[in-house]
Design a protein around this ligand. Sequence first.
Ligand SMILES: C[S@@+](CC[C@H](N)C(=O)[O-])C[C@H]1O[C@@H](n2cnc3c(N)ncnc32)[C@H](O)[C@@H]1O
Length: 371
Amino acid sequence: MMGGDGPNSYAQNSEYQKQLLVSAEDLIHDLIHEHLDTENPTFNNSNSTIRIADFGCSVGPNAFFAVDNIISAVEDKYKSNQNHPEFQVFFNDLIDNDFNTLFRNLPTSRKYFASGSPGSFYGRLFPKATLHFAHCSTALHWLSRIPVEVTEKNSIAWNKGRVHYSGAGKEVKEAYSSQYKEDFETFLSARADELVDGGLMVLVILGFPDGALLCESSIGLTFDMLGSCFQEMAKMGKISEEKVDSFNLPFYYPSPSELKAMIEANGLFNIVRIAKLASPMRAKPDPQILTSHLKAVIGVLVEEHFGNGMMIEELFRLQFEKMVESPVLFDGKLWKEANYFVFLKRNARSGSPQQKFQKSKRKTKSSHIMR
Ligand SMILES: C[S@@+](CC[C@H](N)C(=O)[O-])C[C@H]1O[C@@H](n2cnc3c(N)ncnc32)[C@H](O)[C@@H]1O
């Protein structure tokens, strides 16, 4: 992500992601109310601290919005409880994220103790059973790496001349999807280790409806355009063709049935809800805004791959010109991406106090029914 808070920064180009958090706001509130069990020993003790982690937080301000929403829902839930918890919030992102901007912009009136937790979320970041709430929004489409097969000349999945699996052969799509499966499983297992029994997790995932074709969508066509901009620059001798062929975007967009199958296969969470979120409004698609957004998200990847000499301004100027001419921006039929809201509850570990507590709760309930 482009750091800082200048005109090209993520902070100034993340309204789409913000709108997704707004669509998820009420759902989060209602589901916390229904599923956070304040009697559960892991949530109810005399000096309870509720620990929340936002995975893939970037530089704010969206992360602050998400965290405030979770805290307000938890506070509501504890209203009638004797114990009023304190909150500790961990902001996670990759080590080269601009944490300075994030911390500089922390809300002064916050109700939590804030910390940074640098590192990949495709691995453990917290001690066992210490988190109560995990949140991750519009970050899980980032793969941990580009599948090796797509960059190898001798592989049938070599993705020559493209920057993504959009429009590529089925082998390329399969390589991306198996990398996603591996990454998502690693993410779920790491979070399952870190969450307390009964701990909650919200994921907002950029995805694609079952059966929809990425190459017939605005995202897919945007990536195709980007690929052709690279090709043009290579033809003009501004970058090497070899470098273009080895550049691929590390994004995968899963369908809801893929998500459900992966969570079930992992088996450590109960699926409370998977729902499609309302799509952010695109009433006036603006080529300049879309290009700036793309630049804020992938500019850093381009720079990393091509080196500092890469004419990044020229690349995105070409992209802008193509976007102006393209129907992608104006044809609502092409807006096929969908955003999924996933609400999970950590299953109780076998033999844990939480499992005993749940069993005793079930017993009390059934003895009431029998009476
Ligand atoms: C599109 S931004 C979303 C930021 C924020 N959650 C929001 O809703 O605006 C995706 C973020 O995920 C981060 N990210 C990607 N892969 C990651 C990983 N493996 N571990 C931690 N963060 C990661 C990126 O660095 C980026 O800051």
